[in-house]
Ligand binder design. Structure first.
Ligand SMILES: Nc1ncnc2c1ncn2[C@@H]1O[C@H](COP(=O)(O)OP(=O)(O)OP(=O)(O)O)[C@@H](O)[C@H]1O
Length: 258
């Protein structure tokens, strides 16, 4: 369980990225965080693994206040949290398999990780995760030879290879076309359902949020302005979250739109 208690984050330039956030994220949930650009979605999600560090409040993960963590405890925390970025963050000149194996680095000693000495078990795990996202035939191809959608699936396989308890995905489909966006979202949802990994995804597309979320958190100007199950969400909810009428550009479009 992740719990934000009166969490605020003020950036060094004085900008308030998060304002007094109070929210609980339960085990196994699939949450989509929505809001306009600049609403604080990335700041919210990145606080959880402290890519950005809140300046006030308590952020409890499995009952412990992670904001008090020192380097070693933080490293242990990050081992359990897979992160998926908009731009995939793969090492281009390495093979797909090697990229996926880097998911094991947090679990290995320094020497083994420096030498890249992965066990047979790790390799099997990496391959099985590539199978899970349907691209095992690309295991020995260089990462930069893959399409954007394939690269994002590699990054999902890498996150899974960490054997994470939580997955954070920061705008995972923002660089993808509509059909590929759905493939990636379906993969994330399937993993959440089959493996029970708590998943938090930032999206700014309303239709995708409605299609995949169990629960939607709406943000505006660093605050949570909506939090509820997807069944309670309608167009009005999004208008409230966005503070303006919905536009066509707020939709990703369906699989048939290409
Ligand atoms: N390092 C930083 N220093 C100062 N302000 C920042 C920093 N990072 C983000 N911000 C500001 O904090 C606010 C929230 O940004 P954040 O990236 O969390 O929003 P977002 O909802 O994820 O939007 P986007 O989809 O555009 O990334 C924005 O106004 C942004 O300009």
């Amino acid at each position: 369980m992740i719990e934000f208690k009166n969490v605020s984050l003020t950036y060094p330039n004085g900008h308030q990225g998060l304002k007094n956030i109070n929210v609980k994220i339960n085990p196994g949930e699939f949450i989509v965080v929505v809001g306009l650009s600049g609403a604080g979605k990335s700041t919210f999600i990145r606080s959880i693994n402290q890519l950005v560090k809140p300046t006030d409040g308590e952020l409890l993960i499995d009952g412990k206040n992670t904001l008090a963590y020192k380097e070693r405890e933080l490293k242990n925390l990050r081992k359990n949290i897979g992160m998926i970025f908009q731009n995939y963050n793969l090492v281009n000149r390495m093979s797909v398999l090697r990229n996926v194996l880097t998911g094991r680095l947090g679990h290995m000693g320094t020497l083994k990780s420096l030498l890249g000495l992965f066990s047979q078990e790790d390799k099997e795990l990496a391959i099985s995760n590539l199978q899970r996202v349907g691209i095992e035939e690309k295991a020995y191809v260089r990462a930069d030879q893959l399409s954007g959608g394939q690269q994002q699936r590699v990054s999902i396989a890498r996150a899974l290879t960490q054997k994470p308890k939580y997955i954070l995905a920061d705008e995972p489909v923002a660089s993808l076309d509509p059909p590929t966006s759905h493939v990636v979202m379906r993969d994330l949802k399937k993993i959440n359902q089959e493996l029970g990994i708590t998943t938090i995804v930032n999206l700014h597309f309303i239709d995708m949020a409605m299609e995949y979320a169990d629960r939607i958190i709406g943000m505006r100007a660093g605050e949570i302005v909506f939090d509820g199950p997807v069944s309670t969400v309608n167009e009005k909810t999004f208008e409230q979250i966005y503070g303006r009428p919905i536009k066509e550009a707020d939709m990703r479009g369906s699989v048939d739109d290409e």
